[in-house]
Design a protein around this ligand. Structure first.
Ligand code: HPA
Length: 232
């Protein structure tokens, strides 16, 4: 038991998928995992463990934003020995070249959050993906004929933040989301591997958004890449 996760020791796998939405965690467990068992319902932040291609995999909702994913990842790494954590989530494109439903592998994550300024006493830290997981995800996608964009994303604290995205876009960032910088930082603190895999659900450049049905098929691609990466 940790404060926010009710699992017993050994009930969470070393490899874990981290969607923001706990109902997406349930969908993944029901759709892709064999013998999935729910180990957490504290705050309805569901977590499940089962097997994928015979290997143990867990999937845990994290909630939205840096403070929420910070709590769950800290407890997963510190109290449950999670070794490989793969966030799967949505993001808003901030480059013209990044289109709706595209998959993005977050090589690094900039942020406007004060979390790391606080943690590092005003110094800058560069939250970076695990190279091993990034390479595995790229290869898993390529094997299915998909070519994700790879680059820096921005983990913002403010979903409704006006034109702030334009400055990040000028410096080459691909998309805005709200969690990856903290995932990478907490994983680094505990010496673990982490990767953010994102699907573009909307574009801040064009103002377009995806409908629920088309989102589902794009999400399916991302989940398959994440699962292959988890067991790689
Ligand atoms: N901004 C921040 N987070 C997001 C967005 C966005 O436009 N789209 C999906 N997650």
């Amino acid at each position: 038991m940790s404060i926010h996760i009710a699992a017993k020791n050994g009930e969470i796998a070393e490899a874990i998928l981290l969607p923001g939405d706990p109902l997406r965690a349930q969908f993944i467990a029901e759709t892709y995992l064999e013998n999935a068992k729910r180990y957490n319902d504290v705050r309805n932040m569901f977590g499940f463990t089962g097997t994928y291609k015979g290997k143990p995999v867990s999937v845990q909702g994290t909630g939205m934003g840096i403070p929420s994913i910070s709590i769950y990842t800290h407890e997963l790494f510190r109290d449950y020995g999670v070794k490989r954590a793969i966030r799967i989530g949505t993001a808003g494109a901030i480059q013209k070249t990044v289109k709706l439903r595209d998959m993005v592998l977050a090589q690094s994550a900039c942020t406007d959050s004060a979390a790391n300024r606080f943690r590092f006493g005003g110094r800058d830290y560069a939250p970076t993906a695990s190279w091993k997981l990034l390479k595995a995800a790229w290869e898993a996608a390529a094997a299915k004929g998909w070519e994700p964009a790879v680059g820096s994303v921005v983990s913002t604290d403010i979903f409704y933040s006006g034109d702030e995205w334009k400055l990040w876009a000028e410096y080459g960032c691909l998309a805005m989301e709200m969690e990856t910088a903290e995932l990478y930082t907490v994983a680094a603190k505990f010496g673990r591997e982490a990767l953010g895999i994102l699907t573009i659900s909307d574009s801040l450049v064009s103002g377009e958004t995806t409908g629920a049905a088309e989102r589902q098929s794009a999400f399916t691609r991302m989940m398959e890449v994440a699962l292959e990466t988890a067991v790689s």
